[in-house]
Design a protein around this ligand. Structure first.
Ligand SMILES: CC(=O)SCCNC(=O)CCNC(=O)[C@H](O)C(C)(C)COP(=O)(O)OP(=O)(O)OC[C@H]1O[C@@H](n2cnc3c(N)ncnc32)[C@H](O)[C@@H]1OP(=O)(O)O
Ligand SMILES: CC(C)C(=O)C(=O)O
Length: 516
């Protein structure tokens, strides 16, 4: 029997508590609409009493979103419950989330209240909220560091006062899986009226255990899970909802529970939240990181090419990613290389593949990632064999100073094997180099794009320059790698020139016609 777990998304409330994140009205609305599309059951849209902006955002979201229930947070303070009511009453089935801390540390030092005063306050605010809202959720802030018998006492009373969801947050991300299972089990077994309420889990990631702890709480009977998209939130963040939803799906055999998520909306939701909050998703982030479906090493790539399940437990399509990705680099093997060559339209012999594979490995030692363009260049050179002649850089000298005109002197061999030398000036060193190369080649070349990046870290990093040029009505890109940026710039330019020449012989648009 598979249990349905309600998803309570707090990207717009706890997620907005991420240091540096500040969503405006339109951004909150855009995210809320996407959360609805994702299939979130409850959207916590903000804290209506916190500011006029948050009040308006919660109100508009409550007016707009109909497929998910919309809620707002409030302290155990009557005027905040009033503010929440004003913002949320426009929604269908208005819902409030009231909280107060229950741990000895919070009660004594922050609230400066006795446990009995906390009970009195919680009961009063839940009653007050229930007189307005048809749905009331109550949270015992810092529940996971609270005394269990005190929790049992207060929960029984707030359920009697009208709370229908009881949330037991791990506010500071402190709990372990075994302990959270114990808390949920203890509450279920000892609160006499617990059947009238749904238990909810809300975990923080301070020890990197938010997802694991949320799943453990589900195992112990939580019927609602709270978290944020991409795991953003206060301090180290909240449990990442996409991880929980996918874990429940993939390990359904174990958890026997599922969310109502339209899972293939996950990637789109994650990208939207990342873009609007400015919180970049790490490449290695579970489920939605750029590398989650990328395979880098030869043994893995070979396995995936033969049978994807060898190294993929989640299909990319499940979460809305179009396909997996083979990253060609120095750790790649012949199988992945051959597959890439074939996917680019080449019908190469084993002998050719073996030859070009050696070149590929040489290049991969210098570059982090080998692109389709690189493979194209390697294959073009292989197919052209000796017949295509090209320009080669022999020497490069650049004179630059703050008070003189940058001048480059270059020696190159041309396609006929002749050695040519020229010098030219420019407004900067790179322009001087490109003007000199243009003179040697004797053609007008248009530089359409120039980009530079380092391919490794540290002071001795290799510079990689990418250029795009046009001459003789043909375009090509070129890359050059060297320890020095000026040499890399020259090599990229010459590489692009050679590609234009190669393309004239082996037109790229006819790539599939290149057969042995
Ligand atoms: C675990 C969580 O994530 S809880 C949610 C956290 N989110 C936020 O705090 C964002 C919105 N917060 C705000 O805009 C403001 O903090 C407000 C409007 C709520 C309150 O602002 P202020 O009145 O200036 O109080 P301030 O934030 O400085 O201090 C909090 C006060 O609330 C009290 N308090 C904290 N939690 C609660 C609660 N659940 N119920 C009642 N009082 C509470 C504190 O004890 C403190 O009281 P004191 O002033 O008597 O010492
Ligand atoms: C208000 C509660 C649910 C909270 O955000 C927390 O305890 O982390």
């Amino acid at each position: 029997m598979v249990r349905k777990i309600n998803v309570f998304d707090t990207t717009l409330r706890d997620g907005e508590q991420t240091p540096g994140v500040n969503l405006n009205f339109e951004e909150k609305l855009q995210i809320a609409v996407q959360l609805e599309r994702l299939g979130v059951d409850i959207i916590e849209a903000g804290f209506p009493a916190a500011s006029e902006g948050d009040f308006q955002a919660v109100k508009t979201i409550a007016e707009t979103v109909k497929g998910s229930s919309v809620t707002g947070l409030s302290r155990s303070v009557r005027k905040e419950i009033d503010a929440a009511w004003d913002a949320l009453k426009v929604g269908t089935e208005p819902r409030i989330h009231v909280f107060i801390a229950t741990s000895p540390i919070h009660m004594e030092h922050k609230l400066r209240m006795t446990p009995d005063q906390v009970i009195e306050n919680a009961v009063d605010s839940v009653k007050y909220a229930s007189e307005r809202f048809p749905h009331v959720q109550w949270s015992a802030e810092d529940a996971c560091r609270s005394d269990l018998d005190f929790l049992v006492r207060i929960i029984e009373k707030v359920i009697d006062a009208g709370a229908e969801v009881i949330n037991l947050p791990d506010t500071v991300g402190y709990i372990t899986q075994e302990e959270i299972r114990h808390i949920f089990t203890y509450v279920r077994e000892n609160v006499p009226n617990i059947d009238k309420a749904i238990l909810s889990t809300h975990c923080h990631d301070d020890l990197g255990m938010a997802t694991a702890n949320s799943l453990a709480a589900i195992e112990a009977g939580a019927g609602q899970v709270e978290g944020t998209i991409n795991g953003i939130g206060e301090r180290a963040g909240n449990a990442a909802l996409e991880e929980i939803a996918v874990a429940l799906k993939i390990r359904n055999d174990h958890y026997q529970a599922e969310t109502g998520f339209t899972l293939n909306e996950i990637k789109r939701t994650s990208s939207l939240v990342s873009k609007l909050t400015g919180m970049i998703v790490p490449n290695n982030k579970a489920v939605i990181g750029d590398n989650a479906f990328a395979h880098e090493s030869g043994i893995h790539q070979d396995g995936v090419l033969k049978e994807t399940t060898t190294y993929e437990i989640i299909t990319p399509e499940l979460v809305g990613v179009s396909s997996n990705r083979m990253v060609l680099g120095k750790l790649s093997g012949r199988h992945a290389f051959k597959e890439k060559v074939q996917s680019l339209g080449y019908n190469a012999t084993e002998e050719e593949i073996n030859r070009v594979f050696k070149e590929f490995k040489r290049l991969a030692d210098k570059k982090k990632e080998i692109t389709d363009d690189d493979i194209f260049a390697l294959m073009t050179e292989e197919k052209a064999g000796e017949t295509i002649k090209h320009y080669d850089l022999q020497t490069l000298q650049v004179s630059y100073g703050t008070t003189n005109i940058p001048t480059a002197t270059i020696t190159m061999t041309n396609p006929d094997g002749e050695t040519l030398q020229e010098a030219a000036t420019g407004s900067g060193s790179v322009e001087a180099i490109y003007n000199t190369i243009e003179r040697i080649i004797g053609k007008e070349i248009v530089l359409k794009d120039y980009r530079i990046q380092s391919t490794t870290g540290g002071r001795d990093a290799l510079a990689e320059v990418y250029v795009q040029i046009e001459f003789d009505n043909d375009e090509a890109s070129g890359r050059g790698t060297a320890n020095d940026v000026l040499e890399a710039s020259a090599r990229a330019y010459i590489n692009a020139v050679n590609r234009v020449l190669n393309q004239k012989k082996w037109p790229r648009k006819n790539i599939e016609k290149i057969h042995v």
